[in-house]
Design a protein around this ligand. Sequence first.
Ligand code: NAP
Ligand code: GDD
Length: 327
Amino acid sequence: MAKTALITGILGQDGPYLSKLLLAKGYKVYGMIRRYSNPNFETLDYLEITDKIEFIEGDMGDESSLMNVVRTVRPDEVYNLAAQSFVGDSWQMAKLTTEVNALGVLYLLNSLKIFSPTTKFYQASTSEMFGLGNTHGYQDEKTSFHPRSPYGIAKVYAHWMTVNFRESYGLFTASGILFNHESPVRGKQFVTRKITDGAARIKYGLAKKINLGNLDAKRDWGFAGDYAEAMYLMLQQDKADDYVIGTGQNHSVKEFVELAFKYAEIPDWKKYIVIDPRFKRPAEVYELKAKPEKALKILGWRPKVTFAELVKMMVKADMKRVKTLLV
Ligand code: NAP
Ligand code: GDD
C-alpha cells in the first residue's frame, strides 16, 4: 500500500518541492492549508502538482483543528513546515510567531501522541536558532543556540519539544536544522528573491531601484529542492535524530546582489541599490555557515546546486516571469 504523508505549510516554498519528491516516490500526499475558501496555489502550480494533492483544513494556532487533521489522516509521516517564517516580521508579531512556530508544534506533537503515535514526525528547525552561536566559524549539531529574533526563539522551543517527545514518549521525531534555502518560488520578502525579482524588474524598466538593509550579512544559501531530499531522508532512518543541513559555504548579501545583476546583464549594480534602515533588524545574525558532516555521513545527503547555479536559476525564472508582465 502507498505510504501517506501529511505536509503542513504546503503552500509555501518548501512544501511543493517536498510534495513533488514524495509523489515521485509513490506517496499519497495530504496538504494542510489554513482555509480552503481562498487558497493561493501559486507555488504548487509552478511545480505542476496542485491537482495531485489532497487538501485538508487546519491551523497551527488551533489545537482542535490539528487533532482533527491527525485523527482523520493518521499518516505514516508528518512534515511540519508551517510557520510564520519571515524573521524580519517576528519582532512586530512576536506573539503570533510564538503561537504558530512554538505552541503550534506542541499542539501537533500532542495530536500525534494521542491519535497516531507511530507516525514519523519532521520538524522544520532552522539555523536561525544558532544566531550568534558558532563553533570556530561554523555551526553543527553541537553548537549552542543563541537566537537573535522572536522567530529564532520560538523555533528553539519547538526544536526542544521535538527532542522531548522523542525522549519522553518514544515518538519518532526528527529535527532538521536547515540553513537558508531558496528557489524561484521563494517568498519575495526574503532577500534573495527580493533581489532577483528586483533585478528582473529593473532590467525590463518596471523598477528603478531595490531598497535593502544589511549587505554584509552572510548566509549559507542552498537550493530548496536539495533540502527537501534531506527532510525525506531523516524520516527513512531507523532512529530519529537531529541534523544540520547546509552547503558548508557562505556568501554575503552583497555577493548575491553582484551575481544577480551579472546574470541579469545589468552593469554597475551599485547604481540601483539603496540602503534603507527599515530593512535592518533590531538584532542581526551576522554570519551562518553549516558544517553538515553528520548528514553527509549518516543520511548520505549532498547538496547538488551551487551558489552560482542557484542565483542564475532564480534570475532566469524572474526574468521570464517579469517579461510576461510587459505584454
Ligand atoms: P514559507 O514559504 O513561509 O511557508 C510557510 C507556510 O506556513 C505557508 O504556506 C503558510 O501558509 C503556512 N502557515 C503560516 N502560518 C500558519 C498557520 N497558523 N497554520 C497553518 N499554516 C500556516 O516557508 P518555507 O521557506 O517553505 O519554510 C518551511 C519551513 O522551514 C518553515 O517552518 C520555516 O520556518 C523553516 N525553515 C525555512 C528555511 C528556509 O531557508 N526556507 C530554513 C530553515 C527553516 P499560507 O500560505 O496560508 O500563508
Ligand atoms: N529580508 C530581507 N530584506 N533581508 C535583508 C534585506 C532586505 O531588504 N537586506 C539585507 N537583508 C539581510 C537580513 O538582515 C539577513 O541578514 C539576510 O539578509 C537574510 O535575510 P532573509 O532572506 O530574510 O532570511 P533570514 O536568514 O532572515 O531567514 C531565512 O532563513 C532562515 C534560516 O537561516 C528564513 O527562511 C527563515 O525562515 C529561516 O529559518
